[in-house]
Ligand binder design. Structure first.
Ligand code: CUA
Length: 338
C-alpha cells in the first residue's frame, strides 16, 4: 500500500489526485526556480567576476523588454496557481447535493460518529466506495480538526458551530483518521480509522446493526419529551411558534427584516439561543435550551427537522433518504436487503 512517491500518503478519494497534481506542480515550480536562480547566480558570479584590481564595470542601461518579460511570466504563473487552487477549493468546500450525511461530534479525546440510519461508531468511520459522503461536524468542548490524509481532506471542528466536508472514496481499505488541532493532553491519541468497504459489504454492515435509533427518530422523541410540540406542532397547531415541516432549507423571514436560509447552524442557534434571530410574526417567548441538550441531541433534533419535508419534496438520490424518519417509522430496518 504505497504510492510511487514514498513520502506521499496513499491516494484514495476522487479529490486526492487533484490535490496531489497541484502539490506536485507547486513543488516542481519551486524546484525549477530554485535551480534556475542559483544556477544563474553562480554563472554570473563566475562570468562577471573582477579580473584586475583596477577594472571598472561597463554601465548597464535598463531593458524594457527584459522587465516586461520578468513581470509577465511571474504574473501568468501566479494567476495559474490562483485559478487552479481556487477551483479545487470550491470543489472541496461545496458538498454535492446528493451526498449521504454522516454526523461527527468531536470531544476530548474521541470522535463520535453517527449515520442517518442510526449506527454509531467511535473513532471509526465506515463508508462505501464510490458514494459521496458529507460529514456534518461539531465539537462538545474545544477545537478539533478532522483529517483524513488519504482523502486529502481536513477541516476544523468547532464548538457551537457546524462545519462540513465531503469526499468520495475510490479504494476499499483502512485509512488513518487524525485530529489535526492541538486539543489538550491526549490530542495525539485522538486518532481512528476510516474503513472503506465495497458498497454491497457496506450495506450489509449498515443493516447488521439495527439496535440503534436513527438520529431523526431519536430527535422526534426529544421533540416530544422537551415539549417542543406544544408550540411547534408539525402542521402549525399550537400556533405559538413557526411550523417545522418544510423548514429545513427554506427561506425564513426574520422579525428584523432579514431573510436567511434555514440550515443546521440556524436551527441549532434557534434551539440554544432562540431570541437572536426571531422569525417574523412571533414573539420572544421560547425558552432557551442551552445546557439542556447535548451536541448529539442537537444533531438529532436537526435530523428530525430535516426529515419533516412535505410530501412534495423531491427525494434525494437512490440510497439516500431525505426522510429518514418517515422511512424508519414505516420499516424500521430492512432485515437484510439482498
Ligand atoms: Cu482533538 Cu486534537
Amino acid at each position: 500500500m504505497q504510492t510511487w512517491v514514498p513520502f506521499v500518503p496513499e491516494s484514495a478519494s476522487t479529490l486526492s489526485w487533484k490535490v496531489d497534481a497541484l502539490y506536485f506542480f507547486l513543488s516542481g515550480l519551486t524546484m525549477f526556480f530554485t535551480l534556475f536562480i542559483s544556477g544563474t547566480l553562480l554563472f554570473f558570479v563566475l562570468k562577471y567576476r573582477r579580473r584586475s584590481p583596477h577594472e571598472v564595470p561597463r554601465p548597464v542601461a535598463g531593458s524594457h523588454k527584459l522587465e516586461t518579460l520578468w513581470s509577465v511570466i511571474p504574473f501568468v504563473i501566479a494567476m495559474t496557481i490562483f485559478a487552479w487552487s481556487a477551483g479545487l477549493y470550491f470543489e472541496q468546500y461545496r458538498p454535492p447535493k446528493n451526498a449521504v450525511e454522516v454526523y461527527v461530534v468531536g470531544k476530548q479525546w474521541m470522535w463520535k460518529i453517527q449515520h442517518t440510519t442510526g449506527q454509531r461508531e467511535i473513532n471509526q468511520l465506515h463508508v462505501p466506495v464510490g458514494r459521496k459522503i458529507k460529514l456534518i461536524m461539531t465539537s462538545e468542548d474545544v477545537i478539533h480538526d478532522f483529517f483524513i490524509p488519504a482523502f486529502r481532506i481536513k477541516t476544523d471542528v468547532l464548538p457551537g458551530r457546524y462545519t462540513s466536508q465531503w469526499f468520495e472514496a475510490t479504494k476499499a481499505g483502512t485509512y488513518h483518521l487524525f485530529c489535526a488541532e492541538y486539543c489538550g493532553m491526549n490530542h495525539s491519541g485522538m486518532i481512528g480509522s476510516v474503513i472503506v468497504m465495497e458498497p454491497r459489504e457496506f450495506d450489509n454492515w449498515l443493516s447488521g446493526n439495527t439496535s440503534q435509533q436513527p438520529p431523526a427518530v431519536a430527535g422526534q422523541q426529544l421533540y416530544q419529551t422537551l415539549g417542543c410540540a406544544s408550540c411547534h406542532g408539525a402542521t402549525g397547531e399550537g400556533g405559538r411558534g413557526p411550523t417545522l415541516t418544510g423548514l429545513f432549507g427554506s427561506q425564513v423571514s426574520l422579525a428584523n427584516g432579514q431573510t436567511l436560509r434555514a440550515d443546521e447552524a440556524y436551527i441549532r442557534e434557534s434551539i440554544v439561543n432562540p431570541h437572536v434571530r426571531l422569525v417574523a410574526g412571533f414573539g420572544p417567548i421560547m425558552p432557551t435550551f442551552q445546557g439542556q441538550v447535548t451536541e448529539e441531541q442537537l444533531v438529532q433534533l436537526i435530523a428530525f427537522i430535516k426529515s419533516l419535508q412535505g410530501a412534495s419534496q423531491p427525494s434525494a438520490a437512490p440510497g439516500v433518504s431525505s426522510t429518514p424518519m418517515a422511512q424508519a417509522v414505516a420499516s424500521p430496518q430492512p432485515a437484510n436487503t439482498r
